[in-house]
Ligand binder design. Structure first.
Ligand code: MG
Length: 391
């Protein structure tokens, strides 16, 4: 089998998000689908451009390993060559994002060619369903947050995450400067989490996502104020670059910690695991290197008895690809899923996701088991991508 085409589709299915789907065609009529969605800042367009460059050999360059013409079953070879191709640029970040979409599409092709679900190719299931956690979106008002948490629990969700500092800090997520929070913002965070905990009771698992918005002393203070809430984890207390900052937070709080959405490949995760800096790791299958890489990261974490809980701020193939790997991963906690985007997820698919009582049930169809609804995705292109001449 040979790869005949590779393309990125930038789809505006959700009012706040552009999703990047990757399709790989073959000379045997099988098309694989993956996802390489990023999170704002124009990243989607950069990734789409990178995938264009990876598609073909370009004239007058010293590269001779474009994807068109390669055997799509050689997934590990393609992963290694693509990752190392950008070694001077920095292989982690843009390169792993593009590679993530390509890798998952190659696994989809392999499953379709062999007539087996991807989780079967990985060694077969260790569980029958994939437990999820989802988000409380109205985190700037304790009453609204508690009401939304109750609705999600009534739907069957047993684990909920929110950013109770969003009203104060959200605008700083891509404009980080000092990492400080106002006294009012810090108090509101406690009020929101207290209201949610009182509403859902002690048996629902609660997590906070701080989105890396704090400096070290602020992060320690915010963590320790949450002691009475009995969090499952406090996520990304500081920006992701400094492992020393994470260690300092770790040494000054008993609140469980989780990081990993902005860590790329097993090489980033190893020191965090070795130094026991977090209780959970949350690699993003669309950012860290696809099915091939998240599986290796999960295996690495297994040797430290640390649970893996894949991150999702993307579209439906993030969840689907992550679910296939987690079907096969013993040290799995829960898969993140942004239910606020559920209607948009299903609009992009020819078959809806099967979610019951807070758990995802994967089909036993070959490959990843889902197809893009081309009528929908072609009629909802990302407007910036169109304006720049893509699509
Ligand atoms: Mg997060």
């Amino acid at each position: 089998m040979k790869i005949t085409d590779v393309r990125a589709r930038l789809v505006r299915a959700h009012p706040e998000r552009t999703w990047v789907f990757v399709e790989i065609d073959t000379d045997e009529g099988i098309t694989g689908v993956g996802e390489a969605t990023n999170s704002g800042g124009g990243g989607a367009i950069l990734i789409a451009r990178a995938i264009e460059i990876l598609r073909n050999d370009l004239p007058n360059t010293d590269f001779s390993d474009g994807l068109v013409g390669q055997d799509p079953s050689h997934i590990e070879r393609i992963w290694q060559n693509t990752y190392r191709r950008f070694t001077a640029l920095g292989s982690r970040g843009l390169a792993t994002a593009a590679l993530s979409g390509i890798d998952s599409a190659l696994w989809d092709i392999k499953g379709k060619a062999l007539g087996k679900p991807v989780y079967d190719l990985l060694g077969g299931p260790v569980r029958d369903t994939v437990p999820l956690y989802t988000h409380v979106g109205h985190a700037d008002d304790p009453v609204a947050a508690a009401r939304e948490a109750r609705e999600l629990v009534d739907e069957g969700f047993k684990a909920l995450k929110t950013d109770p500092y969003a009203a104060t800090m959200r605008s700083l997520h891509r404009r980080y400067m000092s990492g400080r929070i106002s006294a009012e913002g810090a108090s509101l965070g406690v009020d929101v989490m207290t209201a949610i905990r009182e509403e859902v009771g002690p048996d629902i698992e609660l997590m906070i996502d701080a989105h890396g918005n704090f400096d070290v002393p602020t992060a320690i203070d915010m963590c320790n104020r949450m002691n009475p809430i009995h969090l499952t984890w406090f996520e990304e207390p500081c920006q992701p670059e400094s492992i020393d900052a994470l260690r300092e937070v770790r040494e000054h709080t008993d609140v469980p910690l989780c990081v990993g959405e902005r860590m790329y490949t097993r090489f980033d995760f190893l020191p965090v695991l070795q130094q026991r800096l977090v209780n959970y790791i949350m690699p993003d299958i669309c950012w860290t290197g696809g099915i091939t890489e998240i599986r290796k990261i999960a295996s690495l974490a297994e040797t430290y008895y640390v649970p893996v809980t894949p991150h999702d701020a993307s579209g439906p193939f993030n969840v689907i690809a992550g679910a296939h790997v987690m079907m096969n991963t013993p040290n799995f906690y829960r898969l993140e899923m942004a239910t606020a985007g559920m209607d948009a997820y299903n609009a992009c698919l020819t078959e809806p996701l099967d979610i019951r009582e807070g758990e995802l049930h994967l089909p036993d169809r070959p490959g990843l088991g889902y197809e893009l609804d081309l009528d929908f995705v072609e009629s909802h292109p990302d407007p910036d991508w169109v304006a720049l001449g893509g699509g």
